[in-house]
Design a binder for this molecule. Structure first.
Ligand code: SAH
Ligand code: SF4
Ligand code: F3S
Length: 449
């Protein structure tokens, strides 16, 4: 269908979207499309969109504007809007930008070929109905040859009052353990060394699957899955994201400590240091429970890196409540935090509340928290100074072709010379022991040992 035609995909948003884009790229190549050299030359342009905050959504419209102009001049161009803005806006996108050919929600990613057939029959297509996600039968075209994403659960059944994800990603759907294992075995055969299991709330994995153990415990939890896939030969590192404090278990912490391939990095968003705000967010845990989880992790895995997400200026957040968030950051000493100012989203309860925080205060709090996060991250990184760290080389440093770029087991980005002291040369895919000699807030550099 795509013979002689080129495609371009721009991906916004989270790792789920990146994984979906890789599968959609695989589908396009399987029907004859080749990757274009530039966005403005492509015969098919696909934007895989994000709507987590208003600025993410607005970015899509500015990108779309230029493509609409191109399409007016050249009607052979195919314009596809996938992902979370597509799901949120549906038909309305066609009214806003009539040049669009296909609007498809995240649950339809694996159906791209069928949907394009309908487009080729001359229709404008909107695919946003609830859909059971079928196992992907084509091969994803992955951006990396070393690290791969593996979806394990789609959707989210939580109802955090600020969050648009449940309404755009739908109900939780767990993949079967055997299908997940098969995908990982295939990746290992292709030479992949690291996998990251993905879910918006990965701790919910398996709760929609049948199965109870003889002891009466639910089977097919994330912990069971980690044990089930751990021995796949060739895979050296296993990661998973995103963890939810409400469902994070001691069993999981113990399994991570026991299983050598599972990396010492936990991404557990806490969102706010104030119990009142957590309640209004409907997160389902207290900050004391969160602190207990961190304490348990540090007992079992003292050198683990801990990262998190935080929202500042949630409706009604007082100065005092904001300071509670800052003091949790200092108390825990996070390795990295993604911060954001609260953004009201369509179809979410807190967007309707009258106690929104003024814009100037949002910006002020965001600045304050970011400078603290940077300071703490640097302090935490100092522990790597003059230490030997195992780094998985993922590619070359785009700014210096004599250097490789990779990550430590704790997920720190690390740059190092591709030549070792004994004259050996390292390439992407190698696990290299690196002596760290330069520490910055968000990355490290060193030399191979
Ligand atoms: N499933 C994950 C996070 C998903 S969204 C979890 O439960 O933690 C990624 C991050 O975006 C969230 O952790 C939150 O910090 C941020 N976010 C989500 N909705 C937001 C909103 N309306 N305004 C600002 N930040 C938001
Ligand atoms: Fe959004 Fe909450 Fe689900 Fe995370 S757990 S995706 S924040 S609703
Ligand atoms: Fe964005 Fe959708 Fe992910 S809204 S953060 S791309 S789930």
């Amino acid at each position: 269908m795509g013979q002689g035609r080129s495609y371009w995909i721009t991906t916004f948003g989270c790792q789920m979207n990146k994984a979906d884009s890789e599968r959609m790229a695989g589908i396009l190549e399987s029907i004859g499309y080749t990757q274009a050299n530039a966005e403005l030359e492509a015969d098919l342009v696909l934007y895989n969109t994000c709507t987590i905050r208003d600025n993410a959504e607005q970015k899509v419209y500015s990108y779309l504007g230029r493509q609409a102009l191109r399409k007016q001049k050249d009607p052979r161009i195919t314009l596809v809007i996938a992902g979370c803005v597509a799901q949120q806006e549906g038909e309305a996108l066609l009214r806003r930008v009539p040049e669009i050919d296909l609007v498809m929600g995240p649950q339809h990613a694996n159906r791209l070929e069928t949907l394009l057939e309908q487009v080729n029959n001359g229709q404008q297509v909107v695919a946003i109905n609830d859909h059971h996600i079928l196992e992907d039968i084509t091969t994803a075209r992955r951006d990396s040859n070393v690290c791969a994403w593996v979806n394990v659960i789609y959707g989210c059944n939580e109802r955090c009052t600020y969050c648009v994800v449940p309404s755009v990603r739908g109900k939780e759907q767990s993949r079967r353990p055997d299908a997940i294992r098969l995908e990982i075995e295939t990746l290992a055969k292709l030479g992949y060394k690291e996998i990251t299991l993905l879910g918006q709330n990965i701790d919910a994995y398996g709760r929609d699957l049948p199965g109870i153990t003889p002891e009466g415990r639910r089977e097919n939890t994330l912990t069971d899955l980690l044990r089930f896939i751990h021995d796949v030969p060739g895979i050296e590192r296993i990661r998973f994201a995103t963890s939810h404090p409400r469902y994070f278990t001691e069993r999981l912490i113990s399994a991570c400590a026991d299983l050598p391939k599972v990396c010492e990095h936990f991404h557990i968003p806490f969102q706010s240091g104030s119990n009142e705000i957590l309640k209004k967010m409907a997160r389902g845990y207290s900050i004391e429970k969160y602190l207990k989880i961190i304490q348990k992790i540090r007992e079992k895995t003292p050198n683990a890196a801990i990262s998190s997400d935080v929202i500042v200026a949630f409706p009604g957040e007082t100065d005092e409540q904001f300071r509670e968030t800052l003091s949790i950051i200092e108390e825990i000493g996070f390795d990295q935090i993604n911060t954001a100012a609260y953004s009201p989203r369509p179809n979410t309860p807190s967007a309707e509340w009258s106690n929104q925080v003024p814009e100037e205060l949002k910006i002020e709090r965001l600045k304050k928290i970011n400078s603290l996060v940077e300071k703490i991250a640097l302090q935490k990184n100092l522990r790597y100074s003059n230490q030997k760290e195992e780094v998985l080389a993922e590619g070359f440093n785009p700014k210096n072709p004599n250097q490789l770029m990779g990550r430590t087991r704790t997920n720190r980005i690390t740059f190092f010379d591709s030549k070792g002291p004994d004259g050996s040369t390292y390439t992407p895919g190698d696990l290299v022991d690196v002596l760290i000699n330069n520490v910055r807030s968000f990355s490290l550099s060193g030399t191979p040992l």
